[in-house]
Design a protein around this ligand. Structure first.
Ligand SMILES: C[S@@+](CC[C@H](N)C(=O)[O-])C[C@H]1O[C@@H](n2cnc3c(N)ncnc32)[C@H](O)[C@@H]1O
Length: 393
């Protein structure tokens, strides 16, 4: 699965127990003998750091590493490029050291996630100011206006953000501007910050190739960028209702439908799981890995307890028209990692009163599947992505 984020800014607080429910999160630090405060912003729901020290260009990488190891956040007040260098130096130190192989694929997976989460925590401790504009009021800061607006929305007051997160927002802005070419659409999908990037084509191709049970109406549950809904509309389905429970995904899917010229056929609706009514075709590509999200960016990739997958299966029959089909898009990576078994999946399909009409599978071709240095290479190299055509029994 690409390590792609889904982000919604969730207000977080330095002292949650003391804060009123709708009070914005702040960071506080000492400067020139005075206590200073600014609004804390995190586009992926990271909590405000509790301990903040002002640092300048004289900070060495070793000192930054020591402060970060103690959990102290560093508010940068020097040159922007120097801050980037300190961030890179922290990154090299956090990733250093060889690890022995874990005893099972599941242990390897949990260790891999733990180290990614530790890295995100450490790198997230280098902070920079973000002023209305939005601008970074530091020497040699680049123009980040559009990237910051896309990730944080309107910056109405002096704020503080994590430099690592802002760098991610700049990268996401480039993806949004350039788009991802999708063969099945003969066109580009432009992912917004925090939506699931369709960088893997194999699952999209499965939806492009399966025989349509009807061209009248389809639902796409958990639409993300809207890629699967757009494929169905391009295949001739006259009305596609695409849902997501993330406002960013809905804005993104709507924009992609307009860009691709399918806005008369496809609409994006903010809702939990299924839209009202029934359809002859319901497609769902839930997050593939049953694990706890560590930040709101993880929500499109990790599905704790396979909650979305099992809800889709359990509620499918009551949303299908007679003779209709549900298309479940799912990789078996979780099975190779020992996180969910094939029997769990088949048992859930049976318990939901469904049967499998057909399963088409394909091997992913993304670079990680053949990267022997990837800690999850064993599982990734065996992975098969499937489209399960399901009907009520
Ligand atoms: C793996 S992504 C798939 C996105 C897109 N369909 C694709 O194939 O690229 C799963 C999507 O389901 C959405 N989602 C998660 N829980 C949901 C829920 N309860 N109701 C609607 N959408 C949900 C996530 O926001 C995310 O966009």
């Amino acid at each position: 699965m690409p390590d792609q984020p889904l982000a919604i800014p969730t207000p977080s607080r330095t002292h949650p127990q003391a804060a009123a429910v709708d009070e914005p999160a702040v960071v506080t630090w000492a400067e020139g003998g005075h206590s200073r405060t600014a609004r804390w912003r995190s586009a992926n729901g990271r909590p405000a750091p509790a301990r903040v020290e002002v640092v300048t260009d004289s900070l060495t990488a070793d000192e930054a590493n020591r402060l970060a190891s103690q959990g102290t956040a560093m508010l940068w007040q020097g040159d922007f490029h120097n801050a980037r260098q300190i961030l890179n130096a922290l990154d090299r130190r956090v990733g250093a050291g060889k690890k022995k192989a874990a005893p099972t694929p599941a242990d390897e997976f949990y260790r891999h996630r733990q180290s990614r989460s530790h890295r995100a925590r450490i790198l997230g401790l280098l902070l920079i100011p973000l002023d209305p504009g939005p601008v970074v009021p530091l020497r040699r800061a680049p123009d980040i206006r559009q990237a910051a607006e896309e990730a944080y929305g309107d910056i109405g007051e002096p704020s503080v953000v994590s430099l690592h997160e802002l760098v991610g927002a700049i990268g996401a802005h480039e993806w949004r501007k350039n788009g991802v070419y999708v063969e099945a659409l003969q066109g580009r999908i432009h992912p917004h910050y925090g939506t699931f990037f369709p960088t893997r084509s194999e699952y999209v191709d499965l939806v492009a190739a399966a025989p349509l049970p009807s061209d009248r109406l389809a639902f796409d549950v958990g639409t993300g960028t809207g890629v699967l809904a757009a494929v169905l509309a391009r295949r001739g389905v006259r009305r596609v209702v695409a849902t997501d429970n993330e406002p960013r995904a809905i804005a993104c899917a709507g924009e992609n439908f307009r860009n691709l010229g399918v806005q008369d056929r496809a609409e994006a609706v903010l809702t939990d799981m299924f839209p009202p009514g029934r359809a002859p075709l319901i497609v769902c590509n839930p997050p593939w890995i049953p694990a706890t999200p560590h930040s709101s960016l993880d929500n499109a990739v990790y599905d704790p307890g396979s909650r979305m997958l099992f809800r889709f299966l359990n509620e499918l029959a009551e949303h299908l028209e007679p003779g209709g089909e549900g298309w479940l898009v799912l990789s078996d990576l979780a099975e190779h990692l020992g996180l969910r078994s094939r029997d769990d999946l088949l048992g859930a399909i049976e318990a939901a009163g469904l049967k499998v009409l057909e399963r088409s599978g394909t091997k992913p071709t993304h670079p990680k599947a053949s990267d022997r240095n990837d800690p999850l290479f064993g599982a990734r190299s065996a992975e098969v992505t499937s489209l399960w055509r399901l009907v009520p029994r």
